[in-house]
Design a protein. Structure first.
Length: 302
């Protein structure tokens, strides 16, 4: 439980790290009871007092430590790092949502490799959803040196790519982390684009299904692995698509019902999807009459 005290020194003793245990008087004098300014100067993350006590008070502090290592490009003091190793199992009791926020910030830091290395070496990863037993795969992230991730979608797509998860597996994995449905949808749009960049086989249909933002995000992830193509070149490919969404198709369900004699139902949906694919692939012009004629043929073929 949290209890409030009137003593400043008692309050500062309960802070997580020395660099966070600083206070400022009205006259501008800094109160530094735990040598935090010196640790700040030397880029050091050090627990206030006994690391074991601090981590037992709130085990999330261990994730904050590795997050700061990445975000600030600081080093975790040896005693504090050993304390994380000893107390890593405590993370199992922390809500996934709280862990996720720290982990996302770690992946978006200025030196993610530093934070990830501590995350792996201390064993914290073993108490995170879907990561236990994955040290070998996760260690591959330490070899990447072009970290320029810009948002959470890119961060999770990188992790999913590194773990080699399929689209279905990715959805289950991200749900275990309690990510939003919107994030899951966006990541799943990115993965086929990343795969296409990896194999240098990026089809118009893959770009169309992903949409502009997912295409841009996917290329940012691909840069980490050396699979990316220049942003301008990729956007040129995307801009050359005949249509960017199904709403741009020159016909819709109402038009096909009225002009092609297609009855409402599953067949109508299949025909519209088929026409969309043909237009995207350049097999048909996005022309009303041409699409109506093709729809009539498809209707006859069933």
């Amino acid at each position: 439980k949290v209890t409030f005290v009137r003593s400043l020194s008692e309050d500062l003793k309960r802070r997580d790290f020395t660099i966070n245990a600083l206070a400022l008087k009205e006259n501008g004098e800094v109160i530094d009871l735990f040598n935090g300014l010196d640790d700040l100067k030397h880029h050091l993350i050090k627990a206030v007092g006994d690391p074991n006590e601090r981590f037992h008070e709130d085990a999330l502090r261990m994730m904050r430590a590795v997050r700061f290592a990445s975000k600030l490009d600081f080093v975790i003091a040896t005693k504090t790092l050993n304390g994380i190793k000893q107390n890593a199992p405590l993370l199992d009791k922390i809500a996934v949502e709280r862990i996720r926020v720290e982990f996302e910030n770690l992946l978006l830091g200025q030196n993610p490799v530093a934070g990830l290395n501590d995350f792996l070496q201390t064993g914290l990863y073993q108490y995170c959803p879907g990561l236990s037993g994955q040290k070998e795969k996760l260690s591959g992230l330490l070899l990447l040196n072009n970290w320029q991730l810009q948002n959470n979608e890119q961060a999770w797509a990188t992790l999913v790519t590194q773990l080699g998860l399929s689209l279905q597996e990715s959805g289950k994995f991200l749900r275990r982390w309690k990510t939003s449905n919107e994030l899951i949808t966006n990541v799943k749009k990115m993965l086929p684009v990343i795969a296409g960049l990896r194999t240098s086989d990026l089809s118009p249909l893959t770009l169309f299904k992903a949409g502009k933002k997912a295409v841009q995000d996917a290329n940012q992830v691909a840069k980490l692995y050396g699979w990316a193509i220049p942003d301008e070149q990729l956007m040129k490919q995307y801009d050359l698509l005949p249509i960017k969404s199904g709403k741009e198709l020159a016909v819709n369900g109402g038009v096909l019902i009225s002009n092609a004699g297609v009855k409402p139902g599953p067949l109508l949906g299949k025909i519209i999807r088929k026409l969309t694919v043909q237009v995207v692939n350049g097999e048909l012009p996005n022309d009303r009459e041409a699409l109506i004629n093709e729809a009539e043929k498809l209707k006859k073929e069933g």
